[in-house]
Write a protein that binds this ligand. Structure first.
Ligand SMILES: *Cc1c(COP(=O)(O)O)cnc(C)c1O
Length: 412
């Protein structure tokens, strides 16, 4: 297969403007901690209409910073959906907190608020201190319901929006952006190349709470502060002049800083976000149309879309009845790959990972919806540069892969 015609499940797009923006930083006095990082933070906050954006080195670092800022610890527990990337759950373990996996709605892949409510009800000791819903594939989870549940339990709500830059939802007739709404305390983004904007590695936490943003910045850089000192005497010379070299470490922080090189690339990419979201939605509409006309038997179905939301389509996931078709997903993926179509599975349920099975904090609870979902999930190519003929090729290759290997029973 000629590499130029291979369609991966996702890919970044780099323009000459992006290259120029990074080159400009290379020629400047700063490679890190210069003006490009705060400029990116302003651009991101402006895009979302949010008060504060704190950029950091990855989405995983952003999740960890969120947990540090909220002061999670070994006596606490955190609810996460099982259908996510492992980092969503890992950030709770970084703090020594317990992870409680919530089941999902198999039709959407999103955390099920009823499953969250059940976990909260069982939490007589009030150990649960945070809920981390994931806006899976770019579709907003039910934040108003989840925030209400969190609030009544005295827990924080941190939304993992690594798939959902540019997503929005309506609540009581009002439009809210993911990253700027009254239904979350902290919102986490990733700028890994497969996500909406690429930085190489990069992430951010967005919030409307100034005090939380200050603490995020503290933990981002070693827990070091250069003002509001605990020891004002040590900060000053006997003659009252501030000591120019002085700083204080008051908390145990990390080096989770972003570089100016990455931030410049991020700001340049952000200028194209609006148009790339429009294109992602057009591609999704084309998939819906082609899939419904090709698979009239319902054996291949897009994930359900909730009413009153604006989807950001990081991923395009379909649910395939592999078992009823009598075909293995591996065989279909391998055949598609051989024919130039990249696919992926999002995600292996995190509670089934050996690490989490070994922890036994979840008492081996069964999560039937996520296992049903996982059995059928396949992510098809989704990125703004896909053409309409690319999409047609994906659907016809998928049809060929399913037809060529299906059992005789299906053929009738
Ligand atoms: C990508 C991703 C992360 C982690 O982001 P990195 O930038 O790769 O560290 C966390 N959660 C979800 C849902 C993701 O997709």
């Amino acid at each position: 297969m000629d590499d130029s015609t291979f369609l991966p499940y996702s890919r970044q797009h780099i323009t000459q403007e992006d290259i120029d923006a990074v080159t400009e930083v290379l020629r400047s006095d700063w490679l890190t901690q210069g003006p490009a990082v705060p400029a990116f933070e302003d651009n991101l906050a402006d895009y979302l209409g949010a008060r504060e954006a704190v950029a950091c080195s990855s989405g995983t670092a952003a999740l960890h910073l969120a947990m540090l800022t909220l002061g999670l610890g070994p006596d606490d527990a955190v609810i996460v959906p099982s259908n996510t990337f492992v980092a969503t759950a890992n950030c709770a373990c970084f703090m020594g907190a317990d992870v409680l996996f919530a089941d999902i709605d198999a039709a959407t892949g999103l955390i099920d608020p009823a499953a969250v409510a059940a976990l909260l009800e069982q939490d007589a000791e009030q150990k649960i201190k945070a809920i981390i819903p994931v806006h899976f594939a770019g579709q907003p989870a039910d934040l108003p319901t989840l925030y209400d549940l969190a609030n009544r339990h005295g827990a924080w709500l941190v939304d993992d929006a690594c798939h959902a830059l540019g997503a929005a939802y309506n609540d009581n007739g009002q439009r809210y952006a993911v990253g700027n709404n009254p239904h979350s305390d902290l919102t986490v983004f990733s700028f890994h190349p497969v996500k909406h904007i690429a930085m190489g590695e990069g992430g951010a936490v967005v919030t409307n709470h100034k005090d939380l943003a200050d603490r995020l910045r503290l933990f981002r850089s070693h827990g070091i502060r250069r003002q509001e000192f605990a020891d004002p005497e040590a900060a000053h010379s006997p003659d009252g002049i501030p000591n120019p070299w002085y700083y204080e470490m008051t908390d145990l922080g990390y080096n989770y800083r972003l570089t100016d090189l990455q931030a410049a690339l991020g700001s340049s990419q952000l200028t194209r976000l609006r148009q790339s979201l429009t294109r992602r939605r057009e591609i999704a509409a084309a998939y819906v149309d082609l899939l419904s006309r090709t698979f009239t038997d319902g054996l291949v179905q897009p994930l359900a879309v909730r009413p009153n939301i604006e989807h950001a389509y990081h991923l395009y996931v379909v649910s395939i009845a592999f078992e009823r078709l009598g075909i293995s997903r591996a065989a279909v993926m391998n055949r598609l790959r051989a024919n130039g179509i990249g696919t992926q599975v999002h995600y292996i349920p995190v509670h089934l990972q050996p690490y989490y099975r070994g922890l036994e904090t979840d008492n081996g609870r069964k999560l039937p919806q996520v296992e049903t979902y996982y059995a059928g999930a396949l992510s098809l190519p989704m990125y703004p540069e896909l053409s309409f003929s690319d999409i047609k090729r994906v659907v016809s290759e998928l049809e060929a892969a399913l037809v060529s290997q299906r059992q005789p029973a299906y053929r009738s």
